[in-house]
Write a protein that binds this ligand. Structure first.
Ligand SMILES: C[S@@+](CC[C@H](N)C(=O)[O-])C[C@H]1O[C@@H](n2cnc3c(N)ncnc32)[C@H](O)[C@@H]1O
Length: 224
């Protein structure tokens, strides 16, 4: 059973704690999205079975962290964001719901998952461009410019940086979410080329243990 009341309350609590202001329709869309994940997860492996009842705290709220961080860069306009390995649309769909003026491209190599994403966009009137392709192929023909790449649970940090290197070398920044021990996932030689900054949410802000040891990591190419 999906604990609707509990999820609404948790979501509202975090929106307030994170100082994110969205209207009632957007809150309903986030919850409807959580419900669609739950329903589709029976036939398509979108998230771990253990997370189905906790989709709000395990998936929606961590995706809101991305929004909170990125929103400071959008004061002067629209952000163009590529979500690499978006899976069920995390964090991309959440960003598209909360920041409908941002331009989101949701990339995943799984046909079934992109089918799900197209359904979410149609059913919830979410404006995002869904692409079913491997990043390595996508980048060959990529014409679009992006400000940021976001990625969650796609690969260990060193592998992720190596994967999206073509965009990092063009000045696009990467934002990902990791455990506090993220440096263990990295070959030190990458630090000669890339600057890493970690951003941790105030521990007191977190009411769910699962979220306490997470941080956002920004990666950008060093020049000079
Ligand atoms: C563990 S899932 C995580 C999905 C989602 N970001 C989340 O946080 O739940 C990783 C996803 O990355 C996709 N993926 C992995 N490598 C990829 C690549 N090189 N290009 C495109 N998609 C990739 C997989 O198909 C899978 O859906």
């Amino acid at each position: 059973m999906f604990h609707v009341e509990q999820n609404i309350n948790l979501l509202k609590e975090y929106l307030q704690r994170l100082d994110i202001h969205i209207d009632r329709v957007q809150v309903e869309r986030l919850l409807a999205y959580a419900q669609l994940i739950k329903e589709w997860n029976r036939k398509v492996h979108l998230i771990s079975k253990n997370d189905v009842e906790r989709v709000v705290e395990r998936h929606i709220i961590p995706s809101l962290f991305f929004e909170k961080y990125l929103s400071r860069f959008s004061e002067h306009g629209v952000l163009r964001i590529l979500d690499v390995g978006t899976g069920a649309g995390l964090p991309g769909i959440v960003l598209a719901i909360v920041e409908p003026q941002w331009k989101l491209v949701l990339l995943d190599s799984s046909r079934k998952k992109t089918l799900f994403l197209r359904r979410v966009c149609a059913e919830l009137e979410v404006d995002a461009h869904v692409v079913c392709e491997r990043y390595e192929k996508f980048v060959e023909g990529a014409r679009d410019e992006f400000d940021w790449i976001v990625a969650r649970a796609v690969a260990p940090l060193g592998e992720l940086i190596t994967l999206v290197r073509p965009h990092l070398e063009r000045g696009v920044r990467l934002l990902t979410i990791k455990g506090l021990d993220f440096m263990d996932e990295l070959d030190g030689t990458l630090l000669k080329e890339f600057r890493l900054s970690a951003w941790r949410f105030d521990k007191d802000l977190m009411i769910e243990d699962y979220l306490k040891n997470k941080c956002l990591v920004k990666v950008e190419k060093l020049y000079g």
